[in-house]
Design a protein around this ligand. Sequence first.
Ligand code: SF4
Length: 252
Amino acid sequence: MTPRPPKEKRHSPSAIKTFDQCPKQWEFRYRIKPPIEKKIGPPLILGNAVHSVLEQTMALPPAQRTVPAAQDLLRKVWPTIEGRGDAFAGRDEEKQWGEKGLGILQAYSETPDWEATPVELESWATLPLPGGSELFGKIDRVDSFEDGLEIIDYKTGKCRIEPDGLDKDIGAQVYAVAAEHTWKKPVKRVRFIFLEAGVDRVWEPEEDLEDLRELLADEVDMIESTTEFETRTSRLCDWCDYQAMCPAFAAV
Ligand code: SF4
């Protein structure tokens, strides 16, 4: 097995997205790594719980999947999610988010997806880059069809991607190139499923992903060669874990 590159040369979609939004935040999160109290809110608890239930449910043969079993699993998984104890303002708020999760599972069971037979669940995909770097991502589900792989990412938040905009999403791009390399099959579709809204965003990549690989390799080069990390203030500063140490936050 080829050894993986050191951590500073491995790049996930969320790290690249962080750099694009604010290089200073990237520096805090991936270089300096100061001890911070991480804010965990209800959306993260819901997302982690639903992902865990779908992973376990979709591992079963389709005939064995039932809504009551999936919902019971959510009730079991929920108290085990890290950070859940401090995430909610009170029992009523937690109940509302739990009910949202139960509703998501009910609604998803009514889609054709419920009958899918995945070939991968919560699996890591990687792509080595020239210069010893690597792109990697954890893929929620991979379905295999005659014409290639379908890469699936579950989302429990709001859909902010335009109907034809998934090709510009860094996560979708990394999943496509890394999945093709890892499973040695063409990626025919990348699909983000927004579970609460009940909408999908679909991208069918070009047959040859070489241009995209080069684009991502250039982006990684740029991140690795950066020595001065600019602050880029935006509405995202309100949720930034590094406000207290950011030179620009006081001015926001
Ligand atoms: S507070 Fe805003 S400008 Fe500062 S690091 Fe965070 S996101 Fe960047």
